[in-house]
Design a protein around this ligand. Structure first.
Ligand SMILES: [Zn+2]
Ligand SMILES: [Zn+2]
Ligand SMILES: [Zn+2]
Length: 129
């Protein structure tokens, strides 16, 4: 079924990202759509992604030196990125968040204004290590 309308394409992207539960790059997403028999042109997918991000349904994961990855919006968390294959994996760690929040409170006490924090680990995934 090459012909899906924009709304259906958006729904399919959300379904795939919901199933994957990890950040997926646009080319990977094209492959995952193709596996479901959906073969939209690249432009439609690349147009749909920022729309879903603007609607807060999808989170764009930006890591230095990596292509953008997209994941379903949800709890705040951080990522591990493989510098070899660019695979990106979610890190959920409450202890890390508590420690960062403690540090943020200290900065606020010093009169600094905290907007957000960024943290990621770069290395090699189990396949590339
Ligand atoms: Zn890797
Ligand atoms: Zn994630
Ligand atoms: Zn955090």
């Amino acid at each position: 079924v090459a012909n899906v309308n924009k709304r259906q394409l958006g729904q399919q992207i959300l379904t795939i990202l919901g199933d994957e539960q990890r950040p997926v790059s646009a080319p990977e997403l094209m492959d995952l759509l193709a596996k479901k028999g959906i073969t939209p042109n690249k432009t439609s997918v690349y147009r749909q992604l920022p729309k879903l991000v603007a609607e807060d349904k999808v989170n764009e994961v930006l890591l230095a030196g990596n292509t953008s990855h997209f994941e379903i919006s949800g709890h705040h968390h951080h990522h591990f990125m493989c510098s070899e294959c660019n695979g990106t994996f979610c890190l959920h760690d409450n202890a890390l968040e508590e420690e960062i929040h403690r540090l943020e409170r200290e900065l606020v006490k010093k009169g600094r204004h905290v907007e957000r924090h960024e943290f990621s680990i770069i290395g090699l995934c189990e396949k590339c290590a």
